[in-house]
Design a protein around this ligand. Structure first.
Ligand SMILES: Cc1ncc(COP(=O)(O)O)c(C=O)c1O
Length: 366
């Protein structure tokens, strides 16, 4: 059996069956049913946020956030992310403007944001990549100075807190992915976090075709509702997500202990005051110092059944849709390129066996 980079957190099947029986009995299987409402309330409490709107995946809340804020023109974003971040900008008919990252976190570099602002800029879409918090204070200062909206792609940042406050409260809107590969999953799923009841109402309309009631459509909505089956699944997974995060933390501790001081290998440490979710464990290979290239190590791992992933390589700015944009020029993004060319995400999940961790480490160390 290969050792995969992640493994889904699955609810207890018996408990799930009991909830499924309730769904079957109610015959209410989607459209803001009881489990949907319960999960939204439970997520508000767990995530320490005022309002949550559930979605059917993590891409549609990004699309919908840009629609809801009526974003046009140029949106400043990071190339160091999963491609859905930039796709959401493109699908809204806006132009993505890539800026470089801060190598200390992998996140968008605030100083580069300011330099990329033009009269057409209307929004910033940063990503808390690997769940590491962006410099939200600095980003907000820039947004306020230039009158820009901020939409955080927080797909990786479930449960992440800074000094006891949810990172999801930063900016105008934040979006989450509950895909099977994430720390917390509903198989496919996602959510948007907002600050006020008015926005929650607007988003709830937009994710249901724009319907405000039986006869009124108040905007060009889409269908991105989460169903009752996955809402029930999500309620059960919420009960075990803390234990899963702690299990991931223990994996991170072991990786760091074994890899600290290894020449040519670097990784992120915990940030002060941050509750991390350990969603990924990226390492960065300096080929000259390490004596092997990133890809040599990556394929060696693969040959030995250890399926790390090169997240996020290639950069989004390298894909055919985007590489013609002036901001996609590699000369504009040297730090992002360096990170993309050196990264391997090691296997990281709640059920990783000690022998699998040690096998992964031994391939790196020998
Ligand atoms: C940063 C980021 N944004 C958006 C998404 C899209 O989420 P989903 O796959 O749930 O549509 C993902 C992951 O899949 C992601 O990693």
């Amino acid at each position: 059996m290969p050792i995969t980079v992640t493994s889904p957190l699955l609810p207890d099947l018996k408990e799930f069956n009991e909830l499924l029986t309730q769904v079957w009995d109610s015959k209410w299987i989607t459209n803001n049913g009881s489990f949907h409402k319960q999960l939204e309330a439970a997520l508000c409490e767990y995530l320490k946020v005022p309002y949550v709107s559930l979605f059917t995946n993590g891409t549609l809340p990004l699309l919908t956030a840009l629609q809801a804020l009526r974003i046009t023109g140029e949106v400043i974003t990071t190339p160091y992310s999963f491609v859905a971040t930039t796709h959401s900008i493109w699908w809204n008919g806006c132009r993505p403007v890539f800026v470089d990252i801060d190598p200390a976190t992998g996140n968008i570099a605030p100083d580069c944001i300011e330099a990329a602002i033009t009269p057409k800029t209307t929004a910033i879409m940063p990503v808390h990549v690997y769940g590491k918090p962006c410099d939200t204070k600095r980003i907000q200062e820039i947004a306020d100075k230039y009158g820009l909206k901020v939409i955080y792609d927080a797909a990786h940042a479930f449960g992440v807190e800074v000094n006891g406050e949810s990172i999801l409260n930063a900016g105008d809107l934040s979006t989450l992915s509950f895909h099977a590969t994430k720390v917390y999953n509903t198989i496919e799923g996602g959510a948007m976090v907002m600050h006020d009841a008015e926005m929650k109402k607007r988003i709830d309309y937009l994710k249901n075709f724009g319907f405000a009631n039986e006869v009124e459509v108040v905007g060009p909505g889409i269908n991105s509702k989460m169903d009752e089956v996955r809402s029930a699944y999500g309620l059960l997974n919420l009960k075990q997500v803390d234990a899963a995060i702690e299990a991931r933390h223990q994996v991170a501790i072991r990786y760091r202990e074994a890899l600290r001081g290894v020449e040519g290998i670097t990784f992120f440490d915990d940030m002060p005051g941050v509750r991390h979710n350990y969603s990924y464990f990226p390492i960065f290979v300096d080929a000259e110092q390490f004596g092997r290239t990133r890809d040599e190590l990556y394929f060696k791992m693969k040959e030995n059944g250890v399926l790390g992933r090169r997240y996020f390589y290639p950069l989004i700015s390298e894909f055919s849709t985007y590489r013609g944009l002036p901001s996609a020029d590699p000369a504009n993004l040297p730090k992002a390129h360096r990170m993309a060319d050196s990264v391997i995400c090691l296997p990281m999940h709640h059920a990783l066996a000690p022998e699998d961790i040690e096998l992964t480490l031994s391939i790196i160390l020998h």
